[in-house]
Design a protein around this ligand. Sequence first.
Ligand code: SF4
Length: 445
Amino acid sequence: MALTGIQIQKLLPKTNCKECGSNTCLAFAMKLAAKKTELSACPYASEEAKRILGAASEPPVRNITLGADSSLQTGGETVLYRHEKTFVHQTLFAVNINDTDPQGTIDSTLKKINDYVLERAGEALRIDMVCISQNGNDHEAFAALAKKAMHTAKKPLILRSPDISALRLAAEAVKGTHSVLVSSALDRLDELKKIAEDNEHNLALSSSDLDALAAASATLKESGFKNIVLDLQNSTPAEQFQLNSIARRMALRTNFKPLGYPTVHFIGSDDLMENVISATIEINKYGGICVFPVFDPALFASLMTVRLNIYTDPQKPIQVEPKIYAIGEPTPESRVFVTTNFSLTYFIVSSEIENSGISAWLVVPECEGMSVLTAWAAGKFSGAGIAKFCKETGLENQVKSREIIIPGYVAQISGELEENLPGWKVIVGPQEAADIESFVKAQER
Ligand code: SF4
């Protein structure tokens, strides 16, 4: 059961020394109760406090690290709905390769996984993991393929085999990569645990029986092994949605630890629409790792965009760096536009300038990641503020033009901007970025 702030405070030193960053032990205890800090922030916590609070302050969904450098993570979630706080780790995307695939297909898939990068809102989005599945009987070949994928893709792996001996060989071949070993042999947990521990991997337990999965994860945890992933097998999207929701609700609402682990889901259909539905359920409803049957760049382009929308922190707008951006290859005579540093606004405006066939300077002052009207209403996008930014960044030395184009929605700041930027003419541009092209053409007439 979760402890209250008052209960937690009783276990702390109560010296109010402030070294944890909170003014009092009680304030720190309240943060711990809300899972907004960790006990390790208090250097004076007793062993008893660590024993009791260590478990109580763990996130209800265990955080699992992946990769030789542990740079990738899944789990660590604390809320059921994004708007309650934020989701912590986005659904990881993996592509499956079978050991029975033709050599040419294997090589080209590994290369495509490596090369794939999608630019969205200033972020470079990539495939996160590679799954190697054993369909054949050659254990050595399966292990060799795992090793090849490790060296070629340089990403954490998911190793899937119905045979524990094959899983052991592959796990040894990629020892220390903190990959995920997948097995449905819930009756051989001791062997699986030893393979995972000896080779520094995580262990994914597969079953369509939620009770059996919970029992197996509880047994593993009792034995001291916690790096567990759950493969909630299902046969329809409705079942997938239901199982994922039940598991996550039980972990978060009732603190039911046996289901408090990230999940892995294998998309098994050849039908594109079914794959889209299945992956979308994973992204929206708590999927830890989603494994795609083939490499499909069109599918990834749309799903990575969906994922980006769900996993951005609603309390922190995505921002670009405040500075003067060169759009295309502008010269000192090129036009000067101004907009805010909300990522979406910046990318829409810069794309529309590019689409209009001109090069230009785009002045992007600090607006705390707000869109144009929001920033203006909050006093973050004023004529005086823009002028100050232009002076501080040396815009006047960089360009010869003395005209600055402001968004049409904030036409009311034009006078203030001209007052604070002597020698400049302020031009009110279109309200919508989509109209920049026609605005530019009208100016050239
Ligand atoms: Fe209390 Fe520990 Fe924080 Fe000091 S560091 S105020 S003892 S919780």
